[in-house]
Design a protein around this ligand. Structure first.
Ligand SMILES: *[C@@H]1O[C@H](CO)[C@@H](O)[C@H](O)[C@H]1NC(C)=O
Ligand SMILES: *[C@@H]1O[C@H](CO)[C@@H](O)[C@H](O)[C@H]1NC(C)=O
Ligand SMILES: *[C@@H]1O[C@H](CO)[C@@H](O)[C@H](O)[C@H]1NC(C)=O
Ligand SMILES: *[C@@H]1O[C@H](CO)[C@@H](O)[C@H](O)[C@H]1NC(C)=O
Ligand SMILES: *[C@@H]1O[C@H](CO)[C@@H](O)[C@H](O)[C@H]1NC(C)=O
Ligand SMILES: *[C@@H]1O[C@H](CO)[C@@H](O)[C@H](O)[C@H]1NC(C)=O
Ligand SMILES: *[C@@H]1O[C@H](CO)[C@@H](O)[C@H](O)[C@H]1NC(C)=O
Length: 921
């Protein structure tokens, strides 16, 4: 379609060149039009000085984008589309379209597309009656489309698509554009338009109509005398609307070749009416809710080249589909049936489709064995997507495929346990996704002959072992971005150097060892995502991080790195996420004050010392997760941390922090506002496979966080987590009243500090609290009644304080075990066995002094169970903190914990014995 417009544009230009060649009497531009252009320019925002040639003194016919008629000097063409719209950052024009433009009454072609123009389309545009080409695509225009456009009866191409908020209440004005061949109103809100079809059917020459994402629900078929007149239409695109039925389309056009109804709400089965649509070449029905199989009338679609039925609920056997495809039409080159519920085996007659270039059947229920005969006729196959089917492959080790694939995407489909040897011959591969296939070999030598072409390689989640080659062959010249994922295997040995084009590299969860000095060999200009976590890498980090100017995600967690974190970390301009947790880093923090995009910083479980830097709060205003737990940080909590208004997880636990909890924590909007919008911390990956820009998916960030006394890893849900953990420090003073304003906080852990004073009375305001741990402090006073308002609270620890009085009698608070409250000698009432004085007066009326729980029915077993509960609750939190939390040492930790458990038991036993003796005294 674009090419079509382009040709037309060329045609217009050439026409004028031809008409005017030889006319030596070249007229300069008309003064009035020049002034109009200057007025028009004045309302534009031209940051990049694109219109620098538009100056008062000059002949406006030589201005950039302006073309005049050589004989009359009138401006006839105005083309301000940016020259190279494929660049990432396009220099664009902003501002408004001024009505002075309408003074260019001789304008034949107006192209302002791919800019950032705002505001309304001027009403007067309908007066430019000479226009044959009007393109305002891809801007930020808003408001009603002026009906005066209906006056442009010469218009052949009208493109208003992809604007911000254009709308139309009716399309009557379209019906007078009798010369229109191309109409694009995509993203215009047409939900108020009652009748869309009848104006369109009056366009006798219209070939292309795009109404994508126009909020259309259905066509009013009654008002439309179908549809004989609508018979030039070749391409009709209605992607991203709300159509629930498609039977109307059988009456639309007999010559239609291209129909796109993807991403609508099509339901039930595909109706059987395709007999009269035999010219259809491209049928796109993906991303709907279609059920059943394909109807028989598909047999009439003998011109079909592309059929996309992916992302539906289609069922049945693939062989049914083969039966219902046109038996002569072997021209299908793109067959997409992915993400349905198709089952059965892959039929051999798939080989009938000998022109097939692309076969996409991923995410179905195909089973059975795929062998060489399936592929024997598919010599044109280039793209094969078979991921996520319970298939298995039986391909002999000396099979030479008849095809040369560019893309093989075959994750989770039992390719292993041997390395698929036939890949050896696929030397044109650009995308190879064979993750999660149970492949357990070494990489064969020849594999590294393929990698120079692989823009995307994913061998993760297999059992590949052995070392990688010392240096990986360099990439083919046309490959500029690489995504390689080796994670979750048993690979070992040193880390090789990777090609300098690498954009995403993950080798996490392997057994790589040695230093990472190989990474400082070349400069990795493109590297945006580097995950080396969960290996046995070691050594000091060299101070060369300045070369990673595009690094956004850096994960070095759970290795054996040691020494100081190098200063050059502070030059990582693009960095958003740093995981250095669970290593042996020592010394003080380098300043990361310039890394202002940081959203997640996990330096936990190291031996970093010094004060908590103030620049975190002063500069890193994007911060969402700040985790510094289990280090040797000293000093007090800087007040500037309250300036991190986005912070959702603040974990400073298990350090040597002193002083008070800052009063100002209530400034943290992300914790005080339940409707705060919580963006995922994720990284989108994409890359070019051939000429296509592939989206490889997005990676949510992960973090291990203590939650209800256990460490858990959070991925996708990380963004919904809100927690403050200051436990196991030496904080003193009171819990600030202002903290109760943090009504979005789900977990608060202040245990094992030296806090004094009362539990804030209105703690019941913190309605999202699920987990509250205030144990092991010196808190006094009573437990506030309002605590019983916290209906989500499912983990509560108040043990070992100096709380007194009666435990509030709400059922909410009594569901917690006694170990929630033990170690507060003056606390009474259920679930503690100690009765409160007034209750005792009521029930027994004696022995108020009766000291503690030394009643006959409380057995030694009760103490054990309290101890056990205490062990799980308390040692689950701080025990794991105090001991180094690495899963690899979990085994030893288990024994440590057993020792702790015995220790706790012993303490309890001694305490009990003491009490006995006291009582006897
Ligand atoms: C007008 O004349 C100039 C100079 O001869 C020539 O370069 C240009 O192509 C002509 N433009 C049209 C539209 O004919
Ligand atoms: C253009 O259209 C408007 C409304 O559609 C109409 O009122 C006006 O007369 C038309 N102008 C011309 C010049 O045709
Ligand atoms: C399509 O046209 C046929 C006759 O040509 C008519 O019977 C049928 O009802 C029409 N279908 C729709 C959905 O309008
Ligand atoms: C298909 O076309 C034939 C004749 O051209 C017509 O009789 C029939 O009604 C059409 N069927 C549909 C479903 O439109
Ligand atoms: C492969 O093609 C040949 C010739 O076109 C045909 O006879 C044969 O049946 C095809 N094989 C399969 C498995 O479809
Ligand atoms: C590799 O494949 C796995 C699925 O098997 C997926 O989770 C992961 O995101 C992929 N890696 C990349 C870089 O796309
Ligand atoms: C925190 O922000 C406030 C207002 O934005 C500012 O006045 C203050 O200086 C900041 N404090 C620190 C320590 O950055």
């Amino acid at each position: 379609m674009f090419t079509c417009r382009f040709y037309l544009f060329c045609l217009v230009t050439i026409l004028y060149i031809c008409l005017c060649v030889g006319n030596s009497n070249i007229k300069k531009c008309v003064e009035a039009e020049k002034n109009a252009l200057l007025k028009f320019k004045a309302k534009l925002i031209d940051k990049n000085d694109l219109l620098s040639s538009w100056k008062g003194q000059e002949d406006c016919c030589i201005w950039k984008g302006v073309t005049c008629d050589n004989s009359t000097g009138h401006v006839i063409l105005l083309d301000l589309r940016p020259p190279n719209i494929n660049l990432d950052i396009i220099p664009q024009l902003g501002g408004n379209i001024d009505s002075s433009l309408c003074e260019l009454q001789n304008l034949i072609s107006l192209d302002l597309s791919f800019n950032q123009l705002e505001g309304k389309i001027p009403q007067c545009i309908g007066s430019l009656v000479q226009l044959t080409y009007l393109d305002l695509d891809n801007n930020g225009l808003v408001g009603a489309i002026p009906h005066s456009l209906g006056n442009l009866s010469n218009l052949q191409i009208l493109d208003l698509g992809n604007n911000e908020f254009l709308f139309a209440n009716h399309l009557e004005w379209v019906s007078t554009l009798s010369n229109l061949t191309y109409l694009d109103l995509s993203y215009t809100n047409l939900s108020q338009v009652v009748d869309i079809l009848s104006p369109l059917t009056k366009l006798h020459f219209v070939e292309y109509v795009e109404l994508d994402f126009c909020e259309l629900h259905q066509f009013n078929l009654k008002s439309t005398p179908l549809i004989k007149s609508f018979n030039s239409l070749l391409s009709f695109s209605l992607r991203g609307n709300y159509f629930s039925s498609l039977s109307w389309m059988f009456n639309v056009s007999k010559v239609i070749t291209h129909l796109d109804l993807s991403s609508n709400s099509l339901q039930q089965s595909i109706p059987d009416g395709f007999k009269n649509m035999s010219s259809l070449e491209c049928l796109l029905l993906s991303n709907n809710k279609l059920q059943g199989s394909i109807p028989k009338s598909f047999q009439s679609l003998c011109q079909l080249i592309t059929l996309d039925l992916s992302y539906n609920k289609l069922s049945g056997q693939f062989s049914d589909y083969m039966q219902h495809l046109c038996s002569e039409g072997h021209d299908i080159i793109n067959l997409k049936l992915s993400d349905n519920q198709l089952n059965g085996t892959l039929p051999y007659n798939i080989g009938q489709l000998s022109k097939l270039q692309s076969l996409s059947i991923h995410s179905n229920k195909f089973s059975g064995i795929i062998n060489e005969s399936h592929f024997s006729n598919l010599s044109n196959l280039r793209y094969l997507y078979v991921d996520k089917n319970p298939l298995s492959f039986n391909l002999s080790s000396n099979w030479i495929p008849p095809f040369q694939l560019s893309v093989l995407s075959a994750s989770s489909c039992n390719l292993g346990p041997k390395f698929p040897l036939w890949l050896k011959h696929q030397w044109k591969l650009m995308l190879l996704q064979i993750s999660n296939n149970g492949i357990s070999n070494y990489f064969p030598e020849w594999f590294w002959d393929l990698t120079p072409g692989l823009a995307y390689l994913n061998v993760s989640h297999n059992k590949l072992s052995g070392a990688l080659p010392k240096s990986i062959p360099s990439m083919k010249p046309r490959i500029s971005e690489i995504t390689w994922d080796f994670s979750f295997n048993n690979l070992s040995g040193p880390l090789p150097s990777f090609p300098p084009q690498i954009t995403l590299l993950s080798v996490s969860n392997n057994m790589f060892s040695g230093s990472i000095s190989s990474l400082c060999g070349s400069s990795y200009q493109n590297l945006a995502y580097l995950d080396l976590s969960n290996n046995s890498l070691s050594g000091r980090l060299l101070d060369y991080w300045g070369q990673f100017q595009n690094l956004q995600v850096l994960n070095l967690a759970t290795n054996n790195f040691f020494g100081r974190i190098p200063d050059s970390f502070g030059t990582l301009q693009s960095i958003e996420t740093i995981h250095l947790n669970n290593n042996n880093f020592t010394g003080e923090f380098p300043s990361l004050a310039n890394c202002s995009n940081l959203k997640l910083m996990d330096f936990g479980d190291n031996n970093i010392e010094g004060a908590i830097p103030t620049w975190v709060g002063e500069n890193l205003h994007q911060m969402i997760i700040l985790r510094l737990r289990s280090n040797k940080f000293q000093g007090s909590i800087p007040k500037s941390l309250c300036n991190l208004s986005h912070v959702q997880v603040l974990d400073l636990s298990n350090n040597n922090i002193i002083g008070n909890i800052p009063q100002c924590l209530d400034h943290v909007t992300a914790l005080s506002n339940t409707t705060f919008s919580r963006e995922p911390i994720s990284y989108e990956t994409h890359g070019y496979i051939g000429f296509e820009d592939y989206n490889f998916g997005s990676f949510s960030d992960k973090a291990i966080l203590a939650w209800k006394g256990e460490n858990r890893e959070y991925g996708k849900n990380l963004r919904f987590l809100t927690a403050i953990d200051l436990s196991c420090n030496q904080l003193n003073g009171q819990i600030p009243q202002s903290m109760t304003i943090l009504i979005a906080l789900a977990s608060l852990n202040l245990s094992s500090n030296n806090l004094t004073g009362f539990i804030p009375n209105n703690i019941g305001h913190m309605e999202m609290l699920e987990s509250l741990d205030l144990s092991k402090n010196y808190l006094s006073g009573t437990i506030p009644e309002s605590l019983s308002n916290l209906s989500f609270l499912s983990y509560l620890q108040l043990s070992f304080n100096s709380l007194s009085g009666k435990i509030p009698s709400s059922t909410q608070l009594r569901t917690f075990d006694a170990y929630t409250y033990i170690g507060n000698p003056k606390l009474c009432g259920p679930p503690l066995s100690k009765d409160c004085p007034e209750d005792i007066n009521n029930t027994y009326g004696n022995d108020v002094e009766g000291e503690d729980d030394d009643n006959g029915f409380i057995s030694f077993g009760f103490y054990i169970s309290i101890g056990l509960g205490f062990f799980i609750g308390f040692w689950g939190v701080c025990g794991t903190l105090i001991l180094k939390t690495s899963w690899r040492y979990a085994y030893f930790q288990f024994f440590n914990n057993v020792c702790d458990w015995i220790y706790v038991q012993l303490l309890l036993f001694i305490a009990r014995m003491k009490r006995r003796f006291q009582v006897q005294d």
